[in-house]
Write a protein that binds this ligand. Sequence first.
Ligand code: ADP
Length: 484
Amino acid sequence: NEPLLKDMSLLKKAGYINGQWVNAKNGKTFDVINPASGDVIASVADLGKDEAKTAVIAAENAFLDWRKITAKQRAILLRRWNDLILENQEDLARLMTFEQGKVIMESRLEIAYAASFIEWFAEEGKRMNGDIIPAVANDRRQLSIKQPIGVVGAITPWNFPSAMITRKCAPAFAAGCSFVCKPAAETPLSALALCELAERAGLPPGLLNVIPSTQAQEVGDVLTKDPIVKKFTFTGSTPVGKHLLAQCASTVKKASMELGGNAPVIIFEDADLEKAVLGALGSKYRNAGQTCICANRILVQENIYNDFLKAFTEKVSEFILGDGLNENNTMGPVISEQAVHKIQALVDDAKAKGATIVTGGAQTQGQFFSPTIIADVTEDMRLFSEEIFGPVAPVFTFKTEEDAIKMANDTPFGLAAYFYSRDIGRVWRVSEALDYGMIGANEVGITSEVIPFGGWKESGLGREGSACGIDEYLEIKYICMGGL
Ligand code: ADP
């Protein structure tokens, strides 16, 4: 039996506060489960509000020194951290698949994606330019500078256990801020392995703190209400995001929210059908359908509906379901038993209201849900309005471009939307008409560290990645120099 990791010291079971590995005072732990087998992988320290508070204080101390060094000095350390993550890509990927379930190829890609934010923001940190403003009077000079906001609190989800942390902490560190994160209780091991590598890279104690915990509410209270924390950033579901945003109001914290989506993939009659089928496939079933930008509704123009459905069904039948650590498998389990039930309830609702299950439609075994296509879906079914977060593709029909846009926009969400068309006029029109923060026209692989990731409407606030991403961690200071 080969060991899970080449470097077993990346498997950490304690929290990480002020550069120390910390267990709960009462010895409390919680189990991390491999979703492919149901086996317990590790028992991890279950920290609470006291440890969160300790971490916030450590982060404040670290911030006082970190903000004083130059952006270039910060970049040198961040670059080292980036390199160590890439050197340990295989171990980190295996650890991720072990606790999260996604197939190993996707885990490798996520580790590279996670590192890319560190490389990118290490560079961006050197370009936090201010402005010299033409003065309104001769005896004065007016300017603005950008400064780090301070201690950052973060709560992150299980679907991207590494990238959702680095997408937040890399711009924070580059800007000069420190960071306290509560990762999802399903996937703390990926977060803790990042801490081990941050320490090896030489990031100072207290800069990055990770609080593994099942006490989300209590730790969330500290991160959203403590006046020392100046910025709160969250990725997760819309209801939890709304609740945390409301809590941030008590201290008027700057907040970023990456929340749920209800992404349409619109396939027009003039689309390259083969590309559209592959696009819908990739967008829908990546991470077993568990991403906030996964296709949630596939809208197909009526005259190509049958052709699309046939080709799409053929492709979906090729998936091999199984343990993500086995290179042959192309789809892993979903995150929990509860997730299986939630997905099943959405499928059953559609079935009861007259939809047709084309393929799949049920749990196969354990936490595996068969890749599913549902046809004859209508807008009164829950699948139209709710985020599925599982490998279920509901296919709708539409008649005209106007109908498609109306259907696509008929949701409180506005994260990502995709469409396929070869008509350049339509590409412009539809791109501009969709009320979404991110549009994929003839492309579904739209994310990377260089683009502004974020949603409109109830899908979120703020942007991550790109040149904008660092602004979320900066304050603008206007300085007026008079009497010159
Ligand atoms: P998901 O459906 O992806 O699990 P959640 O919004 O429930 O979405 O979880 C995202 C993150 O929010 C996780 O780290 C989870 O522990 C945390 N979380 C869930 N509920 C709360 C809460 N009431 N207060 C603070 N954090 C929470």
